[in-house]
Design a protein around this ligand. Structure first.
Ligand SMILES: Nc1nc2c(c(=O)[nH]1)N[C@H]1C(S)=C(S)[C@@H](COP(=O)(O)O)O[C@H]1N2
Ligand SMILES: [Mo]
Length: 228
């Protein structure tokens, strides 16, 4: 991992530069009001997106299977349309630059939890490590329970998208996706895959578990973009 780490910032910057225009054109960055999600973006706007109710504890929502992965067996593969597929160990993940993030979480079933604090590694840094191919446009995020969800890279590369392993100052509990999950605060919660095992870069879009079953392919909470 040492050699790859040296190129980390460069890989990340190059990738962001490629998607910068599309990233700024997404509704959560281009709509005048309200902007995105989370305390930094709430700006005195309504606390909650349309049709949402506030929870004071984070519910647990998944397909029922909550896989348990010991840290010494945990891996995260970054592959598909990339030049340098890589598989990270738990130690590799923790060796990368870590960030803290305060953000809101909106589930399409109608609940929102505000001001969660996550700790983890920005997804753009992880994707940059694998050097996505020039024609890579989308990401399929795989969970260890067989769940998948898709994201266009202009959403996946946003600064508040993390592979998170900490929640509320402690380790991420298994029922919330521990050891590590994706967090995509600007989109509905089904895009935030728990128990993340694989980040598959793709040259076209491919719908995930809920996107096939009638949820919106995009999932913008502030646009009430649910479609199920
Ligand atoms: N692997 C996996 N990730 C998943 C799901 C799932 O079933 N499996 N459900 C999604 C949905 S619909 C929501 S709202 C959030 C819930 O996260 P939580 O249980 O930590 O509140 O996880 C998302 N990520
Ligand atoms: Mo959800």
């Amino acid at each position: 991992m040492q050699a790859t780490l040296a190129g980390l910032e460069e890989g990340r910057r190059a990738l962001r530069a490629r998607f910068d225009v599309r990233m700024r054109a997404t509704p959560s960055l281009s709509d005048r009001t309200p902007l995105g999600s989370g305390p930094p973006n709430r700006h005195g706007m309504p606390r909650l997106p349309p049709g949402q109710g506030e929870q004071d504890e984070l519910p647990v929502l998944d397909l029922g299977d909550q896989p348990e992965t010991p840290l010494d067996r945990w891996t995260l593969a970054i592959d598909g349309a990339v030049e340098a597929p890589v598989t990270l160990s738990w130690a590799d993940l923790l060796a990368l630059p870590q960030v803290e993030l305060a953000a809101d979480f909106h589930c399409v079933t109608g609940w929102s939890m505000l001001d969660l604090t996550w700790r983890g590694v920005p997804l753009d840094a992880l994707l940059g490590l694998a050097r996505p191919a020039a024609d890579a446009t989308h990401l399929l995020v795989h969970g260890r329970d067989g769940y998948v969800t898709n994201l266009p890279l202009e959403e996946a590369l946003k600064a508040d998208v993390l592979v998170a392993h900490g929640l509320g100052g402690g380790p991420l509990p298994r029922e919330h996706g521990g050891p590590a999950r994706l967090v995509v605060p600007q989109l509905y919660g089904w895009k935030s895959a728990k128990w993340v095992s694989r980040l598959e870069l793709m040259t076209h879009d491919r719908r995930g578990y809920w996107e096939i079953r009638g949820y919106s392919n995009t999932g913008y909470p502030w646009r009430d973009d649910r479609e199920w």
